[in-house]
Write a protein that binds this ligand. Sequence first.
Ligand code: NDP
Length: 484
Amino acid sequence: MTETTAPRLTTTAGSPIADNQNSLTMGHPGPVALQDWQLIEKLAHQNRERIPARVVHAKGWGAFGTLTVTNDLARWSRAKIFSEVGKKTDLLIRFSTVAGEQGAADAERDVRGFAIKFYTEEGNWDLVGNNTPVFFIRDPLKFPDFIHTQKRHPATNLRSPTAMWDFWSLSPESLHQVTILFSDRGLPVAPMYMNGYGSHTYSFWNEAGERFWVKFHFKTLQGHRHYTNAEAGEVIAKSRESYQEELFGGIAAGRFPRWKMQVQVVAEEDVAKFDFDPFDLTKVWPHALVPLEDVGIVELNRNASNYFAEIEQAAFSPSNMVPGIGASPDRMLQARIFSYADAHRYRLGTHYEALPVNTPKCPVAHYHKDGAMRFFDNFQRTPDAYYEPNSFSGPRQDPSVAEPPLKISGEMARHDHRVGNDDFRQPRALFELFDAGEKARLYANVAAAMAGVPEFIVERQLALFEKVHPDYAAGVRAALAATA
Ligand code: NDP
């Protein structure tokens, strides 16, 4: 924009500003006058430029794009997003690391968030997953404890390998995710070179009211690329923003990353075919048991024009579901359904869904009333319809989108989530997929991360690796000896 076309500078109230270089002073030299409302407004805004960072997934990178459906899913789900082959739905993806703060380096070994907001014609559907198909824990009561081990120690204010390995070695259900984290895929080169997973088991239901259990997969079409620890060290020495540079720069240059979206689906009554809990977030569904079916192609093709407004304020929540897609008995999912929306109300404000990036692209009509950011008008045709039921043509419920009922049996109790679970078989299946080079890097990565951890904790973790595979424990032990 040239100077001749530049708009006139104003205050937030629209009043034109005559001088944006000099404060209003009493004499020259002389003190600033309290009545300099232009200066006060500017300083006050600067003080409010930050909102609370996300407690987890604080550092992120995102872009907009589309899902194009390539396969007919109507037999499983009535969700409008899947209603016809060729259908395109707008979406936003925010990738992130989990533990680091907003200024953390991008190329750090960590799980990556892979959160997708699909702007469907029946509301926003958020699939808030990771680049790993499983998670460290299966019971949400342990989530704050787990995250505390990933964050700073209260006294040293440093990350604590002792806390991490103490927790993991006392939580055998973490073995699967720990093995992924310290494998090659634990340190992707950039977001476009990694897969995404919905991770939880969700449900589909169709027009006939039949329910299916479903897992979501997003396979990178750029190919997997990872850094070794040494390579990442070199990258971080040059740039802490390597992901933002690759993702933003690539899209700006017309290189649009793509993923193949796939699902694994089983009928509600077919859970009997699993010899493990199919709702356990520490487990995958083996492909040989439940094959992958194509859904479509996800492409990212537009950068945000304002990072803060569109990526930092993007609010993803597993509670954003649409008719045809629902929850499952995965207890981690229930906790996240509460926790994510609660986090957004805290960090963004009550009506965070009304922010442009979060606003659905379909009609919205509800009776929630006042509070922070109530900047939108009444949805009702008349302001008299501000409660429900009413006689003034206010929005009404639509029973046609009711989810089929789910039968639940069992006793309400704090059931021991570790009883009857095999925490070793699936990490073993993964370990056996690794070639010799991958195994050697796994051992070295684990050993490097254990630096300074007390012997008794290391030994407890080695005993768990031993149960996965004797070579795993022996390999890590040898790598520890080599670094001692
Ligand atoms: P399969 O051999 O059928 O599937 C293997 C899966 O693992 C593929 O999705 C593949 O992803 C991924 N994979 C392949 N090589 C590696 C590697 N070196 N590091 C990490 N992931 C890799 O076997 P199963 O389905 O029986 O699963 C075996 C193990 O594979 C599981 O225990 C789990 O740890 C891991 N896995 C399984 C997934 C699943 O949904 N079943 C998903 C991801 C991992 P890609 O096609 O992108 O190469």
